[in-house]
Write a protein that binds this ligand. Sequence first.
Ligand SMILES: C[C@@](CO)(OP(=O)(O)O)[C@H](O)COP(=O)(O)OP(=O)(O)OC[C@H]1O[C@@H](n2ccc(N)nc2=O)[C@H](O)[C@@H]1O
Ligand SMILES: Nc1ncnc2c1ncn2[C@@H]1O[C@H](COP(=O)(O)OP(=O)(O)O)[C@@H](O)[C@H]1O
Length: 306
Amino acid sequence: MTVRAPAKVNLQLAVGPLRDDGYHDLVNVFHAVSLVDEVTAVPADRLEVTVEAAPTARVAIEGVPVDGGNLAVRAALLVAERLGVEPQAALRIRKAIPVAGGMAGGSADAAAALVACARLWDDREDPLLTRDDLLELGAVLGSDVPFALVGGTAVGVGRGERLTPALTRGTFHWVFATADGGLSTPEVYAECDRLRDARGERAPWPEVSQALMTALATGDVKALGAALDNDLQAPALALRPALRRTLATGRDHGAIGALVSGSGPTCAFLAESEEHAGELAAALDGSGVAQSVVRAHGPVPGATII
Ligand SMILES: C[C@@](CO)(OP(=O)(O)O)[C@H](O)COP(=O)(O)OP(=O)(O)OC[C@H]1O[C@@H](n2ccc(N)nc2=O)[C@H](O)[C@@H]1O
Ligand SMILES: Nc1ncnc2c1ncn2[C@@H]1O[C@H](COP(=O)(O)OP(=O)(O)O)[C@@H](O)[C@H]1O
């Protein structure tokens, strides 16, 4: 059973107040792109996991746990518990999504493992676990996991786990510049709070950008570029100042929009067309500001059995 799940870029990430449970209320507009991890689950005597880089991707997999800390393993355990079966499967994860890069690779693997194990351990025509059940299990695993199940473009509220699909038209072309070494998501959120405190600012209640929704619905790439907005960009740049040069390089080569993806450090560049994405990728590659440069388009579907 092999399942593919996509990376995401956040088209809008409006970070609201810190809640009592340690999370922030968000407006998180997710957009799934054609950079995918693959999880294969095969029957085995016990639960085991291996992680490898996809042959064509330059992903540094050293930071990925190969024990119970792996989100795919946690997903498998949740599915087994819900189905009342022994968690007997060998999971093979093939990563193309940068690790700790702000593109939700771990969440993609969790979503893929939820789907793969649910199917492997329950092949009835009318499966016990519904799509809603998987979304609920996803939200237990992480705020970004439900979106990796549904894909497309969607507005997430709450922690980002309560999703509504967004209307979009056409395909958008992206270039991603990865960086050496990841950024820790909790540290970037903490830096966001610290910067606001230092400026004496109170976190505003997050609101969906209507300019962004209109740009998506009309497929207007220039308007989309202008509407991209990420409240975690300033804290990510404070923690990793070198990313300023990466963003500037993309802009200098005509990117319609340039922003840090989620909590970073991957930088995302919106291209005017597929052809422009090729030129932009070549320019970024040649400039030496990125560990690697990857092209992708969106929106694409969420976790899919192949
Ligand atoms: C920032 C975002 C943007 O999509 O993703 P990445 O860019 O890291 O991929 C997400 O909010 C990350 O979601 P995810 O990686 O699933 O985070 P979780 O495991 O749920 O939470 C990890 C930690 O991030 C912080 N966190 C997460 C979500 C949220 N709404 N408020 C938070 O403050 C908390 O410190 C939490 O303990
Ligand atoms: N299957 C997985 N793939 C990647 N990272 C994982 C996985 N399972 C757990 N992790 C842990 O989650 C951290 C963040 O992972 P990732 O989802 O790649 O980044 P981000 O949260 O920035 O999008 C990693 O540093 C790693 O310790």
